[in-house]
Design a protein around this ligand. Structure first.
Ligand code: PDD
Length: 279
């Protein structure tokens, strides 16, 4: 079960895959990415991830790449690696060129991938829920595009870690709660699921979409509306969603306990539903 890299059509051991230093992804953050996971040897929501990848490329005015080409490359790497619980990272940059802010429209996109074993979130954290903090959202205004420009996300995650918290969620200057550093954010209030609407200020998470469907199947009402910090502190339950995060209960936000401070009942039901669907 080797961990592998893919570099423009070639499969290589991870440590042998190198990109040129004038790749625009490296110099300008001019690249888009996706992270897809597998369960029991089956990629989860691959179509939805590749649809979003395509939308991200369109958002940055990349030339179109044949959908079948990407899908075949992803599946071939996945089959070669034979990792049953894999995390596949795909990054497409605008290409390699002498450093210049503007680009030549004939540039050739660079496609790289890595495939590794998923590093699971410790089961103790899953059972007890996690502590998170809020941070001011200082990101750009196109957070619906999944670009590699995620330094504010890395800074926020590091801040959380330094404070002994698991993660941070972004809050706008006006106090609107957006999303996590690599996850979407939900609360449950009076048995209703509430999350931020799909705007340019959050990523349209694939897990977010799956959770909304699961909630409907379970007869739980879902509402998309703007939440303020004061709303989230008084939530009955709260959780993060993401490809790696899955559905992760929150036990405290900014040191304030959520609900009965245990991972809530509805969160647990949704998590079980997600695992069942994925496995
Ligand atoms: N991140 N919001 C942000 C800012 C994210 O980076 C992610 C995912 C999500 C959740 O999206 P999804 O459910 O499609 O994974 C929301 C991936 C996992 C990453 O950065 O590796």
């Amino acid at each position: 079960m080797p961990e592998l890299a893919y570099l423009n059509g070639k499969t290589l051991p991870l440590n042998e895959a190198l990109v040129p230093i004038e790749d625009r992804g490296y110099q300008f953050g001019d690249a888009v990415y996706e992270f897809i996971a597998s369960y029991n040897g089956k990629m989860f929501c691959m179509k939805e991830h590749l649809d979003r990848l395509q939308r991200s490329m369109e958002g940055l005015l990349f030339p179109a790449i044949d959908r079948n080409f990407i899908e075949t490359a992803v599946l071939e790497l996945f089959e070669k690696a034979e990792i049953t619980r894999a995390g596949l990272y795909i990054q497409i940059s605008r290409g390699v060129a002498p450093r210049d802010h503007a680009w030549d429209k004939d540039m050739k996109t660079q496609v790289i991938m890595t495939i590794k074993n998923v590093k699971e979130i410790p089961s103790k954290l899953r059972e007890q829920g996690v502590d998170i903090i809020t941070v001011q959202d200082e990101r750009w205004s196109n957070c619906d595009i999944k670009t590699v420009q995620i330094l504010p996300n890395a800074m926020a995650k590091q801040k959380a870690k330094a404070q002994g918290a698991f993660d941070a969620i972004f809050v706008s200057k006006d106090g609107i709660v957006r999303e996590g550093t690599s996850s979407n954010f939900f609360i449950i209030k009076n048995e209703e699921l509430i999350t931020h609407p799909l705007t340019k200020n959050i990523l349209p998470g694939i897990t977010r979409m799956v959770v909304k469907d699961l909630a409907k199947d379970l007869g739980i009402k879902v509402e998309e509306k703007f939440l303020l910090k004061t709303d989230i502190y008084s939530a009955d339950e709260a959780f993060l969603t993401g490809t790696l995060t899955e559905i992760l209960g929150i036990k405290a936000i900014d040191g304030k306990s959520i609900g009965d401070s245990k991972r809530g009942e509805i969160t647990q039901k949704l998590y079980k539903g997600l695992r069942k669907k994925a496995e």
